[in-house]
Design a protein around this ligand. Sequence first.
Ligand code: GLU
Length: 508
Amino acid sequence: MHTKVRVRFAPSPTGPLHIGGVRTTLFNYLFAKKHGGDFILRIEDTDQTRYVEGAEKYIIDSLNWCGIKFDEGVGIGGKYGPYRQSERKEIYKNYAWQLVDSGNAYFAFDTPAELDEMRDKLKLENNSNQQYGIHTRLKMKNSLTLSSEECKRRIDGGGDFVIRIKMPENEKIHVTDLIRGDVVFESNLLDDKVLYKSDGMPTYHLANIVDDHLMEITHVIRGEEWLPSLPLHKLLYQFFGWESTMPQFAHLPLILKPNGKGKLSKRDGDAGGFPVFPLEWKDPETGEISSGYAEYGYFPDAFLNMLALLGWNPGTEQEIFSLPELVEAFSIEKVGKSGSKFDPEKTKWFNHQYLIKRTDNELAKIFHGQLLKRNLNPDIKLVEKIVCIIKERANFVSDFWEHSSFFFEAPIDYDEKMMKKSWKENTSEELKKLVLILSKIDDFASNNIETLVKSWLEEMNLGVGQIVAPLRLALVGAAKGPHIFDIIEIIGKEETIERIEIAINRIK
Ligand code: GLU
């Protein structure tokens, strides 16, 4: 066994990184840091047909936004490089040939048409197993059925070929998964997967195993969709004679749709109005844009905290964890086997928790940027004051405007219902008197205004609601907003008086 923990995230650049992929990265990161190990970013780009322009950059940008750091890998370097598989092409060939030499793999020359023919024939015979493998390999064109001279002639002549694993017959393949325990597979149900192609590229399976071995990976933590590949991977370790240093495996449960029925997909996000990608993604082929958590206004730490609890359970009631706290609390044994439902509302709740923990100054700076786009440039101290009294009501900084626009702009309309309810016959007269009171107040601080106005109300024998409701209508335009005296303090004496006078004139 290797002594130092080394784990990797090994995405294929075939499209944007789904939040499930971010969670896989996070769990690898937590595991590595918990055990004082290394975390490696390897790009698995051997399948040229599935390569998507911009996907690698997208993956790296997304993980940077999340704040997940790697110790080695693409863009960082390290002594096990290169870390992009297309740059390691030369390495894999010898390993593929080694498997042929040891009798655990063979050359196959079948053309796509011949493969189709085989499948069609088996279909006609009602054979549900149409795989290239134990039952069919001896009827096909490969180095098990052709003479060695013929094979050599074909290979040396530059013809197309692939190298396939030779699945053993009647074997039970056992692998221990750190989350699932002992998992058993029947070799007879598995096909002779292609490991290498004559274009000089290995397939995922070969490259993945060779690299995990050469990079001294100790633990493979990946999504459940890779579980069916596990017996093949185990056999490859066995055939190469690398069993003693084979990594330990942990297959993470799926992230399910909000209704629990099936894997969470981009379509669920589109339908439910929530992102399934960390950053916005523009499909290079169709131009279609998918929304991202960053652009939606999520904080990266809130996003990671939410993801951590999808599948992992700390065993306590605690829900809010900073990244260092997650490292401390994480253990792979506490990851469950069954899928976890994605909850879009809870996701917002997490952001709210992180939003109210941010300082007013931090939030004010972000909000100020949004105000500039509205051609407003208030003093940052004023924005801080506003943020302080509205943040409890918001999930995102982008909600701030909705909760605070009246601080910056006088209301254009008044809410009809509220007007009918709160504006009585005497209201205009009473408000005129209030204007006089307000104009005499020198210390325009919320508390002071409140004390003075309330004692005036008592003197006048007026109920608080009688004046506060129409006052709110005049200042805000609707039955919303924080404490009325806080609003008065922030918008200031002049503006308050002006808005009251406008309302008196307009409503009468
Ligand atoms: N390249 C594979 C993927 O795209 C990696 C799977 C693994 O971690 O072994 O997810």
